[in-house]
Design a binder for this molecule. Structure first.
Ligand code: MN
Length: 566
């Protein structure tokens, strides 16, 4: 049992008291591995100590299983250690009952998870340390439990750690879960990669002195230059996208350069690009545009010695630490800066733009009157793989993979979503069902008073957008009914049945700021021609005539007719 770190805390401190209390409470208990139970509490607390979170959290970590597993109650803890420690232990006890496999339990506990951490993020930080140790000692458990815990770790805790900016922990958790969830694939990968790893590691060692010397010549002192092997889990995910061809993975071993400050980062980048030719479109500036979880670094890929494609990551030691500790680093930082501002809620959250999603999360919850729907949206919006796009002002917006400009618009503001009539991606007009990619710059074109289209429900990805569109449509329908089948226009367009025709029509409507209330296309028996019916509100002649002209100009249009509709 490693207790060396405990010596940092004097006798009589809350940490020492918590250790004594937990050791006595768990006295005779053993873990499945046969180790004394307290070894688990010590391991979790040591992790919290290493992350430099406050003493209250270290005490709570030592006590985290006491209420769940021993005779002691929460009241005992409150009496002995005060409200704050008891609050954290209570949150952790509740999270302990969280079993992902059971759907009923899952939803209820997922809610608890979110609500509890929205109140105090330290609960989640300690839970992650707990999970990390449990994953390391998973071998001792029966097969069924292994699979369940590994799946939960991969689906919930690894993404959560990532979102909290704890990238390293997130990767570790995924790697720990991998062999349990896909043993055959894991075995294959380890065997396959072994030689490649060794070879590339040796190659990286060869590169290091060259980089070091070149940096020194430019007056840049590198704090460290390390080679970093890509994690098995992320390597496997990538291989799936590259026909399982290891030769296509350029960052199997990446070189990581840590320097003193930001200007040295860019200077070092210049040195690397001077030494070796960079690969086009592989440079990523996460310093100017950090990932939403706060991750900062420069990434670039170059044609290195012997023309081998090699990735470099350049960062300051502060960024390096943040990558490891994420939100815990900010906690420690705020803590040191202003001891008096210590309070129940983590003080740094509001001041960090990168962690805005914590606020977002709380706001989302308010947007969903129905808890069930909130949880559903959480599963799609929050826990899925993300892409990162930019507003024209360079703000980073994260969205689930496959998101469209409409999802983006609703993420900005519900009004922007409702009034969205078109979108520009990287300066070019795109259809609203366009699939966004990371680093796209997205601009939304709006029209005041415009209402969303039911058609959007077909392609949007986020639960947030779905929820907003539905409620806006319902409002529209209600108004529509109350006006008793308002009169409007109905267009009938006979056209060649070609792909993209419908999009061209909606683009014309969008550009002319005309909102289709109804849109339907029917093909004839042979499928060569289609009849498109569009209903709009009543249009003045000054708008109707140009519309007819433009519709007729669309390639494939055979005939355009219209009538007044009652
Ligand atoms: Mn535990």
């Amino acid at each position: 049992m490693a207790t060396e770190w405990l010596k940092n805390y004097p006798a009589g401190s809350i940490v020492q008291k918590a250790y004594a209390f937990a050791a006595e409470a768990h006295q005779d208990a053993k873990r499945a591995s046969g180790d004394p139970f307290i070894s688990h509490c010590l391991a979790v607390a040591e992790t919290i100590h290493n992350w430099r979170v406050d003493e209250t959290s270290i005490a709570a970590a030592l006590l985290h299983d006491v209420v769940e597993d021993t005779e002691k109650t929460l009241t005992d803890i409150k009496k002995e250690f005060g409200e704050e420690v008891a609050f954290l232990v209570d949150g952790l006890t509740k999270l302990d009952n969280f079993k992902y496999s059971d759907k009923e339990v899952q939803i209820e506990n997922l809610r608890k998870l979110i609500v509890s951490f929205a109140q105090d993020l330290r609960v989640i930080i300690i839970k992650l340390a707990d999970r990390s140790h449990n994953m390391r000692t998973l071998d001792a458990l029966p097969r069924e439990a292994q699979t369940r815990i590994a799946k939960e770790t991969k689906d919930i805790y690894a993404p959560l750690a990532y979102r909290l900016g704890m990238q390293r922990l997130s990767g570790e958790l995924e790697d720990l879960a991998f062999p349990y969830l896909a043993p055959k694939e894991f075995e294959w990968l380890v065997k396959e990669v072994k030689e490649q790893f060794a070879e590339r590691q040796a190659y990286a060692e060869k590169i290091k002195p060259i980089v070091e010397k070149a940096l020194r010549t430019e007056g840049i002192n590198a704090i460290s230059i390390d080679s970093r092997a890509k994690r098995y889990s992320s390597l496997y995910k990538k291989l799936l996208r590259y026909e399982m061809d290891l030769d296509k993975i350029y960052d199997l071993v990446a070189l990581r350069i840590v320097v003193r400050n930001v200007s040295d980062c860019y200077a070092a980048l210049g040195v690397i690009h001077h030494l070796w030719q960079p690969m086009p479109r592989r440079f990523k500036d996460y310093i100017a545009r950090p990932k939403p979880n706060g991750y900062r670094s420069l990434h670039t890929t170059v044609f290195c010695v012997d023309n081998k494609i090699t990735e470099f990551q350049i960062r300051t030691s502060e960024m390096h630490e943040e990558d490891e500790l994420g939100i815990a680093a900010h906690w420690a930082y705020e803590q040191a800066k202003d001891e008096k501002r210590r309070q129940k809620n983590w003080v740094g959250v509001k001041s960090r733009k990168e962690l805005l999603w914590v606020e977002q999360l709380r706001n989302w919850q308010k947007d969903f009157p129905d808890q069930q729907e909130f949880i559903e949206s959480l599963k799609t919006d929050f826990f899925k793989d993300q892409i990162f796009v930019l507003t024209p002002e360079n703000d980073v917006i994260d969205l689930p993979i496959g998101s469209t400009p409409v999802d983006f618009a609703y993420r900005i503001h519900s009004d922007v979503g409702d009034e969205c009539i078109g979108a520009k991606v990287n300066g070019k007009i795109v259809p609203l069902d366009y699939e966004l990619h990371s680093r796209d710059i997205v601009e939304i074109l709006t029209q005041k008073g415009k209402k969303p289209s039911a058609d959007w429900l077909r392609f949007i990805k986020t639960g947030l957008a779905k929820n907003q569109i539905r409620s806006a449509l319902k409002e529209k329908q209600d108004r529509f009914r109350s006006k008793s089948e308002t009169s409007g226009l109905e267009f009938k367009i006979v056209n060649q049945n070609r792909p993209g025709y419908l999009k061209d029509v909606t683009r014309v409507l969008g550009e002319m700021k005309i909102n289709p209330l109804y849109l339907k296309s029917q093909t004839d028996a042979r499928g060569a021609l289609a009849a498109l019916t569009i209903r709009t509100e009543l249009l003045p002649k000054s708008r109707l005539e140009p519309l007819l002209v433009r519709l007729k100009k669309i390639p494939g249009t055979k005939e355009v007719g219209y009538k007044f509709n009652r």
